[in-house]
Design a protein around this ligand. Structure first.
Ligand SMILES: [Zn+2]
Length: 466
């Protein structure tokens, strides 16, 4: 049930995790927002939640999820209900989904489509990245419209020609210019199409059909070439660019170097690149790990962790793309026919806590930045989201930092009929999740109603700082 405007909840005795550090302090919710403690005498508090021994985080912000995604002859099993339900169990209170433009259709339909998909179903707040597939003059004119409709982050693919997603470099440049003028940001899927297509052909020609050949077909060089192009375009147009799902340590060096020279370019990596290496592709069930860019080797993975730790990679998303087991089997004997993607919207927060913070690879502060604060800042949601200061939306996660459990298909709530986790020992478990002041996850139960999630009307900051 939604909180009335004056209902107050005191979360008492927990440790609040902020970018600046961890503080033993109480947190007050009034209606949908975080309120100032001093203003509230004890007798005005309606409900007290004992959070002793728990860590308190701002709700996680996952800016890279694919709901109802039609791709490679299938559609993802996470829709606006099942996907946001799994997200909520995983401490996520805001998601941003991708909406592919249909060829010949107006770009504004990408937002309208998602509003109808979300109606009556979304459990948490959600936003849209329109995806341009048809860079016609009329599409370019609509860029300002979608920015003003609150979806200022537009994605383009530098590959997937056969799937009808590839945008040529000349068009990327025009899109980047229009976005720059409108106050938007260009998101790029960074794989060089010519190199990717040649690599796939090379592997198939030499009889390499198994999942491992997916990684061999698109080594880091394919990604690095696309990043080089992306930096050039951004430099020329003076636009703002975001490289999604970075996996290459050389690519990171290029981005860091360009950023140091004043190029407005930003990046993320995704959970699975930190948890798994290309070794998984050698398994019997290796198709599970087919995603793009492909998983990399252990040395590269180590560099990704250190970049998350020191902030060179400032945020981590799930790239949740949950296809059915039946659809993943298209790739069993032909890696190029496998729908690329791994379900992970629910596991992201707890995996990164366990494998990152508990394992000593990143600090709690780096963790909260990567999963909550920085995605909110880069994607125009700060200070409303990813923040626990008075005035922010009361999106709150309570985590028991010591509980040990096994992560597998049965203990998670994602809808795919398979999992990349075989009883993964995990430390730290989410106990409660609040979204705009309303308790939506209480232990093993979802107590929020589908349809309560609201469209996130976003505006990007002129000068991005994080
Ligand atoms: Zn993606």
């Amino acid at each position: 049930m939604a909180n009335c405007a004056s209902h107050t909840i005191l979360i008492k005795g927990g440790k609040v995790v902020r970018e600046e550090g961890v503080f033993l302090e109480d947190l007050l919710i009034r209606g949908e927002r975080i309120a100032e403690m001093e203003r509230f005498p004890e007798h005005e508090i309606h409900e007290v939640v004992d959070a002793s021994g728990l860590l308190i985080f701002p709700g996680a912000v996952d800016t890279h999820v694919h709901l109802n995604d039609v791709f490679m002859n299938t559609v993802s099993v996470h829709d606006y209900y099942t996907g946001t339900l799994a997200a909520a169990f995983g401490g996520v209170t805001s998601v941003i989904d991708f909406s592919n433009q249909r060829h010949g259709d107006p770009l504004v339909n990408t937002i309208k489509d998602k509003k109808s998909e979300a109606a009556g179903r979304a459990l948490i707040d959600w936003g849209v990245h329109p995806v341009i597939t048809d860079p016609s003059p009329s599409t370019l004119k609509e860029i300002l419209d979608v920015v003003e409709m609150g979806s200022p982050t537009i994605k383009c693919y530098m590959t997937y020609r056969e799937e009808g997603l590839l945008i040529a470099n000349e068009d990327l440049e025009l899109i980047s210019e229009s976005l720059c003028a409108a106050g938007g940001m260009l998101l790029l899927h960074q794989e060089d199409n010519e190199m990717a297509e040649a690599g796939i052909r090379r592997e198939l020609d030499r009889g390499g059909f198994s999942p491992l050949h997916h990684a061999l077909s698109k080594p880091t060089e394919v990604e690095d070439a696309a990043i080089r192009t992306a930096i050039d375009i951004t430099r020329r147009t003076k636009g703002r660019t975001f490289i999604v799902h970075l996996t290459s340590s050389d690519g990171l060096e290029m981005i860091t170097g360009a950023k140091d020279q004043g190029v407005d370019i930003h990046t993320e990596t995704c959970t699975h690149y930190l948890l798994f290496t290309d070794e998984e592709l050698k398994r019997e069930d290796g198709v599970k790990w087919i995603c793009s860019p492909p998983l990399r080797d252990a040395a590269n993975q180590k560099l990704l962790w250190s970049a998350v730790s020191d902030g060179r990679i400032p945020m981590v998303t799930s790239d949740d793309a949950a296809y059915s087991w039946e659809a993943k089997q298209y790739g069993k004997d032909r890696f190029d026919r496998c729908p690329n993607g791994i379900p992970g919207v629910e596991s992201r927060f707890m995996s990164l806590y366990s494998e990152g913070v508990v394992a000593g690879k990143i600090t709690l502060e780096a963790f909260v930045k990567a999963v909550s604060c920085t995605p909110a800042k880069i994607f125009g949601l700060w200070p409303k989201k990813g923040n626990l200061l008075p005035g922010a939306d009361a999106d709150i996660v309570l985590l028991d930092p010591t509980e040990s459990w096994e992560m597998n298909r049965d203990t998670l709530h994602m809808s795919a009929d398979w999992s990349v986790f075989d009883n993964q020992k995990t430390t730290g478990r989410i106990k409660k999740v609040y979204s705009r002041g309303e308790l939506i996850i209480d232990g093993e139960n979802c107590v929020g109603d589908p349809g309560r999630g609201q469209y996130l009307h976003r505006k990007l900051p002129d000068h991005l700082q994080y």
